[in-house]
Design a protein around this ligand. Sequence first.
Ligand SMILES: Cc1cc2nc3c(=O)[nH]c(=O)nc-3n(C[C@H](O)[C@H](O)[C@H](O)COP(=O)(O)OP(=O)(O)OC[C@H]3O[C@@H](n4cnc5c(N)ncnc54)[C@H](O)[C@@H]3O)c2cc1C
Length: 400
Amino acid sequence: MELQFNEGERAFREEVRAFLLDNIPERIRQAVYEERPLPRDWMIEAQQILNSAGYAVPHWPIEWGGRVWSPVKRAILAQEIDRNSVPKPLPFNVTLIGPIIAAFGTEDQKQRFLPGIANLDIWFCQGFSEPNAGSDLASLKMSAIREGDHYRVNGRKIWTTYAHEADWIFCLVRTSREERKQQGISFLLIDLETPGVEVSPIQSIDGFHHLNEVQFDDAIVPAENLVGEEGKGWDYARYLLGQERTSMGNVGFSRRRLERSRALAGEAAGERSETLLGDADFLRRQTWAEIRLKALEITQMRVVASAPVQGADPKTSILKTEGGELLQEAADLLLDTMGPEALTAGFPAGIGPEEFYGIDERSGILSAYFSSRKYSIFGGSNEIQRNILAGSVLRLGRKR
Ligand SMILES: Cc1cc2nc3c(=O)[nH]c(=O)nc-3n(C[C@H](O)[C@H](O)[C@H](O)COP(=O)(O)OP(=O)(O)OC[C@H]3O[C@@H](n4cnc5c(N)ncnc54)[C@H](O)[C@@H]3O)c2cc1C
């Protein structure tokens, strides 16, 4: 596919790469390369550097920091960010809530939130999932009852990534009970400092704390924090589906992992003089993953260049499924480069990111392996994506 980039696109890629290598501190890029969790202030620092160059929100409307760039250019930027081990701009901010407020928010909400969202001065987390509403999100129960100039909010959100780091949460809430469960859902912005809101940690299998439960007990939320119209929250959430497709396949991230697994497998481990790359089975798996990566890259560029589709786009389901499974395979290969050490290394449950930095440079691999399980679950599990593909491409389950 690179052969098809025109001269301007190739020059743009060089410009982006040079900026990232010159401006993002080496300590941050090294930590991302070694797949270690980043402290909050490093994530903010990286996003602010990207934002200063117009690289954090190029897909936003121009008056809020967007750029007049083709989707291909935006895809090049996303790939270079990943490939050069630069932390991605926080997706909850730049891909989810920012575009929603820009499209449906009031002028006051835009002024109040958008600059801070782009610059990560305000950190948002996503409160969609509930204990009994994941794949079937429309079953959500968290209630927001209007009382004059505010809503009284009660309920529970779960699997809320970074709620413990965030300042605000955007939630889908039920403001009325209607016949169709997709109706009566509204979109509310809630300050996490609000009395009655409590964030509790969920330890994940990678040994770290990224996930949380968020409990709301009679939390009073100003009515001005409603985004768009009451009862239209489902439409706004659906508006996001398939919107920003330039980074969905995680092509740059998989490439980085596969380059690393090839490099590590080329080193002789411990007492052994032969390398893992000399092992026919490993070499076959590594090479096959690299071929899949090339195919994914071409598919991603085809998707990027095609017209967006309203609602669930089967093309994004292909990218999400294959992109996630490839990241998982790359993590498997990386784990193999650790050899038997992977069995005994363990991971440092319960310790903070700072202490983790002192440990062997490969220790991030084990937690990355466990962490990679999530790619086939969040943002619509692979089974749900395959249902979309079966319905839209194969026309299964549809009346003819
Ligand atoms: C690491 C991580 C981070 C997350 N971060 C967030 C976040 O920040 N904010 C947020 O709101 N949510 C977040 N989530 C939640 C995520 O969106 C849900 O986990 C996901 O939607 C699946 O829902 P569930 O866990 O309730 O599983 P369920 O919906 O109960 O599914 C269980 C299993 O059944 C399968 N299944 C369900 N329905 C069907 C069907 N119709 N056909 C075939 N198979 C089906 C699923 O694929 C899955 O394998 C996160 C999840 C993870 C793992």
